[in-house]
Design a protein around this ligand. Structure first.
Ligand code: ZN
Length: 147
């Protein structure tokens, strides 16, 4: 039986190789572009929000496996969520990614796979990039840089 760590690595690799919701989004109501110069990652997050509900979400991007797999996991996690739920998910995931200690990841589902990047401090910004870009999109900011 593979252990949890191996399953998480496989999940990240799978999202990198078969990204979910990787496309342009016509009639997006919210969009932001994120840039992580440290690694060369770029992510665009597109959202369609109707009456506070996320009715469609997609990303476009280029960069390392962590950044692109995170963007894919993010879009999957936002399906059928409200914009308020997206905000709290952003807070929870950012807490998890920057926590110094183990934290409770039970309610985060597949997103818990991202916790492993804390073992690689250089890669943390690769994983926070899509989330910061999401936050920028929700706040109607056009562009963010991780530094
Ligand atoms: Zn990266």
């Amino acid at each position: 039986m593979p252990n949890t760590q191996e399953l998480y690595q496989e999940l990240i690799l799978d999202h990198y190789k078969n990204p979910r919701n990787s496309r342009k989004l016509d009639a997006a109501t919210h969009h932001a572009h994120g840039n992580n110069p440290l690694c060369g990652d770029k992510v665009d997050i597109h959202l369609r929000i109707t009456d506070g509900a996320i009715t469609d979400v997609s990303f476009e991007g280029a960069g390392c496996a962590i950044s692109q797999a995170t963007a894919s996991l993010l879009t999957e996690a936002l399906e059928n969520k409200s914009s308020d739920e997206a905000e709290s998910l952003y807070i929870n995931v950012m807490e998890m990614l920057t926590a110094k200690e183990e934290c409770n990841t039970e309610k985060l589902g597949d997103l818990a796979a991202l916790a492993s990047v804390r073992d690689f401090p250089m890669r943390v910004k690769c994983a926070t990039l899509p989330w910061q870009t999401l936050k920028a999109a929700l706040d109607n900011k056009m562009e963010i840089t991780t530094e």
